[in-house]
Write a protein that binds this ligand. Structure first.
Ligand SMILES: CC(C)(COP(=O)(O)OP(=O)(O)OC[C@H]1O[C@@H](n2cnc3c(N)ncnc32)[C@H](O)[C@@H]1OP(=O)(O)O)[C@@H](O)C(=O)NCCC(=O)NCCS
Length: 220
């Protein structure tokens, strides 16, 4: 199981951090974090519930990762293992994650798939999201998988939708013409785009679109 303790700096101030696997006694706090991270118009039925979180620990406890700052839960990343065929990249969030229950976890799968990453608003822009992603990369390497994948929402898209297709919006994010809160974050985490996933998730701000983004295991 994962456990790592270290210091992170908020300007000059060291903050004591722990990255570890989440457990049952973290569930209420994890649900509170989701409510802070996905406020309306995001549908609240898409926040974690206790049944989904319990299911993560049954199917793939190694993929249930959280970070604490000075003893307070600051965010989480959840993933599962899938069999991925690069010739058929299209899917929805619901079908690939069994609606967040991850019963689709395949213990022989060749790829790690990120179901969710959320950092509490008051702990954002400290590097914690990137840190959780790095820990997921460690899981990819530890398990000898080919890559990490996940659909990145594009919450900035709605504002541009009249003038740009999702593909053009992504192109602009890649050229630096615009910044998207999730896609730009993922690019800064060393993820690269594979394809646009239309109808990925009910998500008004992204007009239901996501970008499938990967990180390839550099040792394979
Ligand atoms: C996306 C999210 C996880 C980022 O977490 P975070 O801890 O603030 O991100 P970090 O501080 O680790 O940032 C890592 C990099 O991304 C960049 N970044 C972070 N948020 C960004 C934003 N809103 N716009 C542009 N770049 C951003 C940072 O500048 C940093 O760049 P650097 O490492 O080159 O300096 C967080 O904003 C969040 O929880 N959002 C709501 C939930 C969500 O939409 N999750 C994604 C589901 S697909």
């Amino acid at each position: 199981m994962l456990h790592s303790e270290f210091y992170l700096f908020e300007e000059e101030k060291p903050l004591r951090c722990t990255v570890r696997n989440y457990q049952e006694n973290d569930f209420q706090e994890l649900i509170a974090i989701q409510s802070e991270c996905f406020p309306p118009p995001f549908p609240d039925e898409l926040w974690w519930n206790v049944e989904q979180l319990s299911s993560h620990l049954i199917h793939f406890p190694e993929g249930a990762i959280c970070v604490e700052v000075n003893g307070e839960l600051a965010g989480s990343l959840t993933c599962l293992r899938i069999s991925y065929d690069p010739a058929h990249p299209h899917h929805t969030w619901e079908e690939i994650t069994d609606n967040g229950y991850i019963s689709t976890h395949d213990e022989n799968g060749n790829a790690l798939y990120v179901v969710d990453i959320s950092i509490r608003p008051k702990f954002r822009k400290l590097g914690l999201g990137k840190l959780l992603m790095q820990n997921a990369y460690y899981v990819v390497i530890e398990l000898g998988l080919d890559r990490l994948l996940g659909g990145g929402r594009m919450p900035g898209y709605k504002k541009y939708a009249e003038n740009l297709s999702p593909e053009e919006y992504l192109k602009h994010a890649l050229s630096g013409k615009l910044k998207d809160p999730v896609i730009t974050f993922l690019l800064r985490c060393a993820r690269t785009p594979v394809t646009i996933l239309p109808h990925y998730l009910e998500d008004e701000e992204s007009l239901n679109h996501a970008v499938l983004m990967e990180w390839k295991n550099p040792f394979k």
